[in-house]
Design a protein around this ligand. Structure first.
Ligand code: AMP
Length: 104
């Protein structure tokens, strides 16, 4: 079970910003910007490389959640979104997550 699945199951604490049936948004524990959120699907998928056809709507929904949260937090004038995919170094948690960063 991934760290993020434990957070989703409330087995580990986190600062939850937004939640819907298939996606949760939490504050990154080690923020790299004034606002640093993680948009995480509840379905545990290791990396973008592991996506399957069935995941197409879920990935799309993650971007709509990013848009909604940025708007709700009034940071929608400037933010960036990124997925890290490099198993050896950059991807720390093997459960896909979209980083949303803003310095507004
Ligand atoms: P990545 O390098 O894309 O795998 O990023 C993983 C992110 O998860 C990092 O930015 C970490 O700071 C963040 N992170 C790790 N553990 C936690 C946690 N318990 N709660 C919130 N964010 C976390």
């Amino acid at each position: 079970m991934s760290l993020f699945t434990k957070i989703i199951n409330r087995e580990l604490p986190s600062d939850i910003v937004y939640e819907q049936s298939d996606i949760i948004v939490i504050k990154d524990i080690n923020p790299q910007a004034k606002t640093h959120l993680l948009i995480i699907p509840k379905k545990e998928i290791s990396t973008i490389n592991d996506l399957e056809e069935i995941d197409r709507p879920l990935i799309s929904e993650m971007f709509f959640v990013a848009k909604k949260v940025a708007k709700d937090l009034n940071i929608d004038e400037w933010y960036k979104l990124n997925f890290n995919v490099w198993k050896k170094w950059w991807q720390e948690v093997m459960h896909i997550h979209l980083h949303l960063l803003s310095n507004i």
